[in-house]
Design a protein around this ligand. Structure first.
Ligand SMILES: [Ca+2]
Ligand SMILES: [Ca+2]
Length: 519
């Protein structure tokens, strides 16, 4: 089945089934998990002061038990380190909470055709060896939606075949999905992909789904799809019911079938379980080795605004919730900030490694993403932020890294719907050494796979354990809690008794607990 569906902001045509009809078809599931009672981790205990402002994110995590929500991740090399990193850690931690409904967005030409390891038990096919595709700077109307080969976001590239190009169907393009992906539970899989359509084009594409291992059985073959349109974007889908329990792949052409027709421009691909109406999808918004907050702020601001707005619109639409999206941005940085030499992004603060510069760059990123969210027609109230400075490494940098943590706390508490997690209060260098979480004795900048997974579990657990009496989350019951509570209460973000609304009962509840230094 192939269908187009509308996007509120971008020129996408509806060819058949509407989104509302799709929602009606699939809105059958009931929550099977309670987001408020996660399983205890192997080291379940209190981590004093590890989650600051956790109550601000409670509505987001609670909602995941009955509706779809998305996470947009931003980080350095640790984000997708050798195919795992925080992306895998978070997917693993989310899988045992409300579950994972989708793969997140992937770009067809990721890493200029080389791939870069994005994807939890899924990923795009590398196309670099084909030598036939272009990955940026096509000179078409679509360049504004995805950066050129200079790769400002570290990995986002489309694939492009100019008019007249010849490309054999044996060059595989698309997304593979492992049999053990968390989105394979129901057996049904829906692939969604975004292409650019060209005026006066007579080119067609013939996407397929097949088993991604010998003998590569063909499972679904789309009717030929016209790629003609008024230089617009089309969001298309190809689904399979009861897919076999094997690795499968969505591909833009059947190897051995008709060759690709040109012009062809394909931007994003993702997959979800159409039966799963709640849970999480983790999207890698930014992943760049060696990146500091300064690098990230500079690159995100250098993008054509249309790129972030499209990314945000697509992830928001993927939630398929008529009430609108709920999205959390997680920002992880610090290690590369220690050596940052550029003046900070907005105020030009030097040295670039100072806590003041860290704050300036952090606020610049949050401001840019908030502006793009708004420009995409999405409500401020639906966007949350989590700031998680880098993991502790000990040594002579420990002090400055901890100062970044203090800054991150202050920034989070100064903003609505924002929280901070201190990884340096969830573990310490000696535990990390003991448990083999550092990648190597001489590399504390990166972690092993268990390190990312265990710390992601703790990160989420710390956020879930917020204590209404200690409103700031610093493990002290003092006047700062009162000031912070009243500020949040005025903004309607102080649901202390967790009944879903902020009202006078929350004031009474908070004060009682605060007075008794209790939770
Ligand atoms: Ca406190
Ligand atoms: Ca309440």
């Amino acid at each position: 089945m192939t269908m187009n569906r509308p996007s509120s902001r971008f020129p996408v045509r509806v060819l058949s089934m509407s989104l509302a009809a799709t929602l009606q078809m699939f809105a059958v599931g009931q929550p099977r998990f309670d987001a408020r009672t996660p399983p205890a981790g192997p080291d379940a205990r209190q981590w004093p002061g590890a989650a600051i402002g956790g109550h601000r994110l409670a509505p987001f995590f609670r909602a995941s038990a009955h509706r779809r929500v998305d996470i947009l991740g931003i980080g350095d090399s640790n984000h997708v380190y050798f195919g795992h990193g925080w992306e895998e850690g978070w997917n693993t931690a989310l899988s045992v909470r409300s579950g994972v409904y989708g793969t997140g967005l992937h770009t067809f030409g990721e890493g200029s055709g080389n791939g870069s390891g994005i994807g939890h038990r899924c990923g795009v096919f590398s196309t670099i060896n084909s030598g036939v595709f272009e990955y940026g700077d096509s000179g078409t109307a679509f360049d504004r939606f995805m950066n050129g080969t200079v790769r400002p976001t570290g990995n986002s590239n489309y694939i492009y075949l100019p008019p007249g190009a010849e490309a054999s169907s044996f060059n595989v393009t698309g997304l593979f999905l492992s049999s053990n992906s968390p989105i394979r539970a129901s057996g049904d899989v829906r692939f969604q992909y975004v292409i650019g359509r060209f005026e006066d084009s007579i080119a067609r594409m013939r996407p397929i789904i097949r088993v991604n291992e010998f003998p590569y059985s063909l499972l679904v073959q789309s009717e030929p799809i016209s790629m003609a349109g008024p230089n617009d974007l089309a969001v298309l889908e190809l689904s399979i019911d009861d897919a076999p329990a094997a690795d499968i792949g969505f591909q833009l052409a059947l190897p051995g079938g008709p060759d690709y027709e040109a012009p062809l421009l394909a931007l994003y691909v993702s997959a979800d379980d159409p039966q799963r109406v709640y849970g999480y999808a983790y999207n890698v918004l930014y992943y760049g080795g060696g990146s500091s907050l300064r690098t990230m702020a500079g690159r995100l601001n250098a993008l054509d605004p249309a790129q972030l707005e499209l990314f945000m619109s697509l992830t928001a639409d993927g939630q398929r919730d008529e009430a609108g999206p709920l999205t959390l941005v997680r920002i992880n940085s610090g290690l590369n900030d220690l050596r940052s030499i550029e003046p900070s992004f907005v105020a030009g603060i030097v040295p670039g490694s100072s806590p003041e510069a860290y704050e300036d760059n952090l606020r610049a990123i949050i401001a840019e993403l908030s502006a793009r969210w708004r420009a995409a027609g999405l409500a401020d109230e639906s966007l949350y932020f989590l700031i998680t400075p880098s993991h502790p490494i000990g040594g002579s940098d420990a002090r400055l890294l901890a100062r970044y943590g203090d800054i991150a706390e202050q920034v989070a508490l100064s903003l609505p719907r924002a929280a901070c997690v201190r990884l340096d209060r969830l573990t310490d260098p000696s535990e990390m050494v003991e448990r083999g979480w550092y990648r190597a004795a001489d590399d504390r900048y990166h972690l092993t796979q268990p390190g990312y997974i265990e710390l992601s579990q703790r990160e989420l657990e710390a956020l879930e354990r917020w204590c209404p009496g200690d409103w700031t989350g610093d493990d002290a019951f003092d006047s700062a809690d009162i000031v912070q509570f009243l500020g949040d209460w005025e903004r309607g973000e102080a649901d202390a008794d967790q009944d879903g609304s902020t009202d006078s009962e929350d004031v009474v509840y908070f004060l009682q607990l605060w007075d008794s230094s209790g939770c």
